[in-house]
Structures are given as C-alpha cells and as structure tokens.
Design a protein around this ligand. Structure first.
Ligand code: SF4
Length: 347
C-alpha cells in the first residue's frame, strides 16, 4: 500500500469529530484554519463556535467593524490575524462580489492567507491537488524519510513542499491532506510518537534510525525577549482611561490602560521617578496607589511579559489623559482588550 492510502485508512478510523470537519464552505474552513494556527483543537472549538456564531459568513464579517472582529477574537492572541480576516472579508466583497474565490492564486492573494491556508482551503473544499505543509506535516515527512534539511530555511520549505506533493494522491487531495495533518497531531506527535502501533512503521526511516525524535531538524533557535509592563489603572469618580495600541508591536488595535514599559523590573518608587510616569500623572493631585497584581507572567511567542497593575485614584484629571479614551469603569469589557488585562480584571 502507498503511504497516502495508509494515511487515509488510518484517518477513517481515528479522526476526531470536529465542528468544521463536515463543512464544505470555504469561509468556515478558512476561519477554522486560522484559529487552529494559534490554539489547540480542544480550545479552538469554543473560539470557532463563538466567532462563527457572530460572523457566520463573509458578508457578516465584512460588514462588522474591525473593533468588533477583534472583540470576538479576544483571548486567541495574534490579533493581526483577526485584522487580516476582517480585511480579507472586505476584499472578497469588493473584488469577488462576496463569493469566496476558488482559484489557488486568488485565495493566496487574500490578506493574511499564506501557502498553507490557501492549500488547505482549495484542497478541503474543491479537492484541488495542493499539498498542505504545516508543523504536523513537516514532522511526519521528516521522520518518514529521515530528512535532515532544516525546516526553517527556504531550501527546507521548498524540499518539503515538493515531497508533500509527491506523497499525496492528487485524486484524493482533500482526504490525504486532512489525514496527514491529523496523523501528525494524534499519532506521530512531537514528543511521544506511537511508533509501536504505527501503520507506517515498516516504511519509516526515522523509526529505523532508532531516533525518530531527532526529526525534524531546525537551524535557528528562537530567541525570547523579556518585557516589563506597568499598567496604570487610573480611577476618578467611577471613570477610567484606555489607550488603543498602535505601531508595529503586539496587540495592535486592542485597548489597554496607560502603560509604562521598562527595560528591567522596577518598584513603584523607581517607576515614579521615570519621565513618562511623571508626565502622565502631572496635575493629578494626591495619588492613592495600590498594587493590585504584581509580576503576572504572560508568555507570547518570542516574548515573555511581566506585568504589574497599579490602581491609582486621582484628585484631578491630568491633561495627559486627554489623548486616552475616558470610559466608565464598568464598561471596560465592552472593549477588545488583551488576555493579560482580562486576567487582571478577573482577579
Ligand atoms: S513509526 Fe513513529 S516516527 Fe515513524 S511515522 Fe510512525 S509514529 Fe511517526
């Protein structure tokens, strides 16, 4: 039996029952794929139902405001993906009259859709023979063929894409792509591949080498950066202030309390000595300060945030807050805020 037939057989018996599995609507496949790029299937299900409950089709997403799309994405992280979904939905309305394009290159031209997502959409929906190459597929192929080309290089990506295409049965692209991804997620897992019970064992060079875990190979180790966030939850007569994040950084478009970021951890006395703190609070009169949550560790890809929240009651509204949005304290949850702020508010 060919590798593809074995994978499809295995898939028939072992696949999970997921809400998007029966879908033939490219919009639904698209949303599920973008959500699954950043969360595990178990959590992804709820986010998927929440998002598609409010935005069941391209039109409803395109007609919503970006703020609302971000609000429904809340908790998933990688907010640029929600902004791209929203922009691409508008692109589909304008360029394709609201009908999801079926040609691979047209799908690839949509904002935020890369080769992987485009291949997933056109193969799952229209059975077009484009191979998906995601982390699961890299792992399965690198082990099966004991490939030591690093996957995080241009050469590696090209080699793996060609290999993925050659392994795929083009007449069964939809089933094959879903099968190999599910196989990587459930059978050939990163740390505990179930080699003893694997239908591909006799064909697997990684298994034959005695060290399947040494595949796939990566060249670059990802560097992690520590950041120190000090949030000022300023309160005056039941009101508080939020800023909308902008610039090329995490959480663009989301709302947060006025923030002071430092290079290293500081205590409140040191924070008060900072120019930006003094400017922010100038003219606020006497401050009544309490540290509501200290050193909350929040891990993002490539960054670890250490956040402290100070609740600060003021006597007068300082001029600096004119550049922020003034809202009643109870209304914070109406704004799209990062998960980190939710954690604080839940406390
Ligand atoms: S034998 Fe082990 S390493 Fe090889 S494909 Fe199966 S589970 Fe993966």
């Amino acid at each position: 039996m060919e590798i593809s037939d074995i994978l499809i057989d295995w898939y028939g018996t072992n696949k999970r029952d997921l809400p998007w599995r029966k879908a033939s609507d490219p919009y639904i496949i698209w949303i599920s794929e973008i959500i699954l790029q950043q969360t595990r299937v178990a959590q992804g299900k709820d986010y998927f139902l929440h998002f598609t409950g409010r935005f069941p089709d391209v039109q409803s997403l395109a007609e919503a405001s970006e703020d609302e799309a971000l609000k429904y994405w809340e908790g998933l992280g990688y907010y640029s993906r929600a902004r791209n979904l929203h922009a691409a939905a508008r692109q589909i309305m304008e360029q394709y009259g609201g009908k999801f394009p079926a040609a691979y290159n047209e799908v690839l031209s949509l904002k935020g859709i890369g080769a992987y997502t485009a291949a997933a959409i056109v193969s799952f929906v229209w059975n077009k023979p484009y191979p998906v190459v995601d982390g699961n597929v890299f792992r399965v192929l690198s082990r099966l063929f004991a490939l030591d080309t690093p996957i995080d290089t241009g050469k590696g990506k090209k080699e793996y894409t060609e290999l993925a295409a050659s392994v795929m049965n083009p007449a069964k692209a939809a089933l094959h792509n879903q099968a190999i991804m599910e196989f990587g997620a459930l059978q050939c897992t990163p740390q505990n591949p179930a080699c003893m019970f694997c239908p591909l064992q006799s064909k697997c060079l990684g298994y034959a080498s005695g060290s399947p875990l040494s595949y796939p190979v990566k060249r670059h180790k990802t560097k992690t950066r520590n950041r120190y966030f000090y949030y000022l939850h300023i309160i005056y007569r039941g009101k508080t202030w939020l800023n909308r994040r902008s610039g090329n950084d995490i959480w663009k478009g989301l709302y947060e309390f006025p923030l002071i970021e430092t290079e290293a951890p500081v205590d409140f006395a040191q924070l008060q000595g900072k120019d930006n703190f003094r400017q922010l609070i100038k003219g606020a009169g006497k401050l009544s300060v309490s540290a509501e949550a200290s050193d909350i560790k929040h891990v993002l890809s490539h960054q670890i945030l250490y956040a402290t929240f100070y609740k600060i009651k003021i006597e007068k509204i300082p001029e600096s807050l004119q550049s922020c949005i003034e809202i009643p304290c109870y209304a914070i949850n109406e704004y799209a805020i990062p998960r980190l702020l939710q954690i604080y508010l839940e406390k």
